[in-house]
Design a protein around this ligand. Structure first.
Ligand code: SER
Length: 311
């Protein structure tokens, strides 16, 4: 991993990953790309507008930058995907296909984020295994699962070094997530700091896995740096740091923001998506195959989020 191209650099993950990659590998070595130029992603290094669904444009950018590794982050998330399923299929699959083809032709390694969204109601909810029944019920989940299979195919058939992680909900400050089911766990912090109250679109006891962004960024880099001979489940690893419900996160915030009030107005579409996802995944393969261990628990994440947002 010496020369890197990132798609979706202006998104929630990209806005954290690009600066970290630049710190580790050198600013000029990391080309940030996105379908539009929002400003922040071009700070501190090269940026280019690239539509990741356009294989020719991706191919030219990879060639000019002489990239050997692609972090393909561009995607439509679950709630937006349910509003326009065809668009979600097109963006998520066409971009992945173009990235994989370019990687095959130009000999690049590829990282693709997958998601707890690959699971569905028929998957076991507790300690959801690495390999189990996977019948996702959202278009987002369908594209992420198809994406895992396509990455496996490119690895097996063409030897492309594809690697991925099934991220849980990601909590971060800075750029907000773009329309997912887990966005409440980000929104709640902003509202707590600004207004002292939050109305949650999921029910109080909806359980799901979460992770603080610094851990997600570290996991991304660690899996890409891992010894390839140890990676059995390369596309993609179950991953978690903590299990949350809106009620438990609200209580944690309330203990640090006195007077914080949580109320609930359930959005049936996002509630149905959340209910179809695991309560808690089993991430032992990640721990065993490349040494995954989270460093932020609920308390540490809450303290850090509140500190950054209040500052
Ligand atoms: N956080 C994503 C979403 O809610 C799932 O990976 O869509």
């Amino acid at each position: 991993m010496k020369r890197i191209l990132v798609t979706g650099a202006g998104g929630q993950i990209g806005s954290w990953l690009v600066p970290r990659l630049r710190e580790l590998y050198g600013s000029s070595k990391v080309l940030a790309t996105d379908v539009r130029h929002s400003g922040a992603e071009s700070e501190g290094g090269p940026f280019q507008v690239v539509d990741a669904t356009n294989a020719k444009a991706v191919g030219q950018a990879v060639m000019r930058h002489r990239a050997d590794t692609i972090f393909h982050l561009a995607a439509i998330l679950s709630a937006v995907g349910e509003r326009d399923p065809r668009l979600a299929w097109h963006i998520n699959m066409a971009s992945l296909e173009s990235v994989l083809e370019v990687a095959r032709q130009q000999n690049c390694a590829v990282f693709v984020p997958s998601s707890i969204g690959v699971f569905g109601s028929s998957s076991p909810k507790e300690m959801t295994p690495q390999e189990t029944v996977m019948r996702p019920e959202t278009m987002y989940g369908v594209t992420k699962l198809a994406g895992e299979l396509l990455c496996d195919y490119y690895h097996r058939r063409y030897g492309v070094d594809t690697r991925g992680l099934r991220f849980p909900g990601l909590v971060s400050y800075g750029i907000a997530p773009g329309g997912g089911t887990t966005d409440w766990a980000v929104d709640i912090f902003h509202k707590a700091v600004r207004e002292g109250r939050y109305t949650c679109f999921l029910g109080a006891d909806t359980r799901m896995d979460f992770m603080y962004m610094p851990d997600a960024i570290r996991a991304t880099i660690e899996v890409m740096e891992a010894d390839p001979t140890r990676l059995v489940h390369r596309n993609a690893y179950n991953l978690t740091a903590m299990e949350l419900t809106p009620a438990t996160l609200a209580a944690e915030i309330e203990s640090r923001v006195p007077g914080f009030v949580m109320s609930y107005e359930i959005d049936p579409v996002r509630q149905a998506i959340a209910d179809s996802w695991p309560d808690h995944v089993d991430d032992r393969s990640a721990r065993e195959e490349w040494g995954w261990a989270p460093s932020f628990d609920l308390a540490a994440m809450t303290v850090d989020m509140l500190e950054h947002l209040s500052g």
